[in-house]
Design a protein around this ligand. Structure first.
Ligand code: ZN
Length: 370
């Protein structure tokens, strides 16, 4: 029997154990992918240690389980009914899974499935374990199986390491689309120095957003973000005065067209409200961040100002492919990401040191073959 190396968690908060497990065979419409890089996002540590306590409605897979949200690699084998993907194709695996047969899934809206589940991460309800049973392999493993419909084909100029950031980039891209941001529009990114915030800035530049305003706390990091495109990006250190005052100053008292909130878990509702007040009349806000506190939101202000507030979760494989194409064309520039490569056997050490290194420019990836 062929085996492969995988990092499995046996108990919540326990170390990931490196184990040889049977190599899976792809079912007829699935593929087997040799993982070359898997993103290790700052939130993975929370998922492995605190998730059942923080979010009991977002179930983890039955243990032992293999985690790892954002795998990229090479197709090693295709199922008997796979026609348009070949062995050797370079791919990013979108980990978004649905039940496959509900009304949402049949409409191609997997993120709206009641069983919506992140392969290698966590689910959103009682249907999720069925999805984990079908796709039990996270990216912290030498190989994973995945549905053919979940693959984003990568152009040669996108490295596996950069592709391992597609989860956050795609989340940002879906938010930018929902916000209606683009040429001639201004966009305020709340928390622009973080992993998600920097991705929103890169995708905003790629999609032609005319003016990007970014808030943050770390001045050095804010200056680095501004340097990406000094004529299009303005940054603001929060704390001294309201975001709204600054935004009005920068927009001739109109306010910004769109706000994308990318604040990390634990950020207070007040920090999100502060940014929402920067919207112009008719503006649109999209939340993709980690704020979990209930907002004391004045809906009368929203009505009178014609304001929209939209929640956005993840992205479609189609949106993932559009990002790959922007990168192929060079409008999406991923060269600023600093890849921090971690061998699979070093994953436990890496996870415990991630929290003090939570900056958007760092791109932590596990390389299973190292
Ligand atoms: Zn479904």
């Amino acid at each position: 029997m062929k085996t492969m190396l995988a990092a499995r968690m046996h108990e919540i908060g326990g170390p990931l154990l490196l184990e040889q497990i049977p190599m899976p065979e792809p079912r007829p419409t699935d593929v087997l992918v040799a993982v070359r890089a898997c993103g290790v996002v700052p939130n993975l540590k929370n998922v492995l240690t605190k998730w059942p306590e923080w979010f009991p409605h977002l179930p983890l897979p039955k243990l032992p389980a293999i985690f790892g949200l954002d795998p990229a690699g090479v197709v090693a084998e295709v199922g008997s009914q796979v026609q348009s993907i070949r062995s050797g194709d370079r791919v990013y695996v979108n980990p978004a899974r649905g039940c496959g047969s509900c009304r949402a899934c049949r409409s191609g809206e997997i993120v709206n499935c009641r069983g919506f589940t992140f392969q290698g991460y966590f689910g959103r309800g009682p249907l999720s374990q069925g999805v984990f049973d079908a796709y039990p392999y996270g990216g912290l493993s030498e190989y994973i199986t995945a549905p053919q419909s979940a693959l984003v084909k990568l152009p040669d100029n996108v490295s596996f390491e950069a592709a391992a950031r597609f989860g956050y980039l795609g989340t940002a891209y879906a938010a930018i689309r929902k916000a209606g941001a683009g040429p001639g529009r201004s966009l305020l990114i709340n928390g622009i120095g973080g992993t998600l915030g920097l991705c929103a800035a890169l995708v905003g530049l790629a999609t032609g957003v005319t003016k990007i305003f970014g808030t943050g706390r770390n001045k050095v990091l804010l200056d680095r973000v501004k340097a990406l495109a000094p004529a299009r990006i303005e940054v603001f250190s929060v704390g001294k005065r309201p975001v709204q005052d600054w935004a009005m100053e920068m927009t001739d008292n109109e306010g910004v067209d769109a706000v994308i909130d990318t604040l990390p878990p634990g950020a207070p509702a007040s920090a999100m409200l502060d940014a929402l007040r920067a919207l112009r009349r008719g503006g649109r806000a999209v939340d993709v961040g980690g704020v979990a506190e209930t907002l004391p939101l004045n809906v009368h202000w929203m009505m009178g100002m014609n304001i929209q507030l939209i929640g956005s979760c993840w992205f479609t494989t189609g949106e993932g492919q559009e990002m790959a194409e922007m990168a192929r064309a060079g409008t999406l520039d991923l060269s600023v990401l600093e890849h921090r490569r971690i061998a699979l056997r070093e994953v436990n050490n890496a996870l415990s040191s991630l929290q003090d290194a939570n900056r958007g420019f760092n791109n932590f990836v596990v390389i299973p073959s190292r």
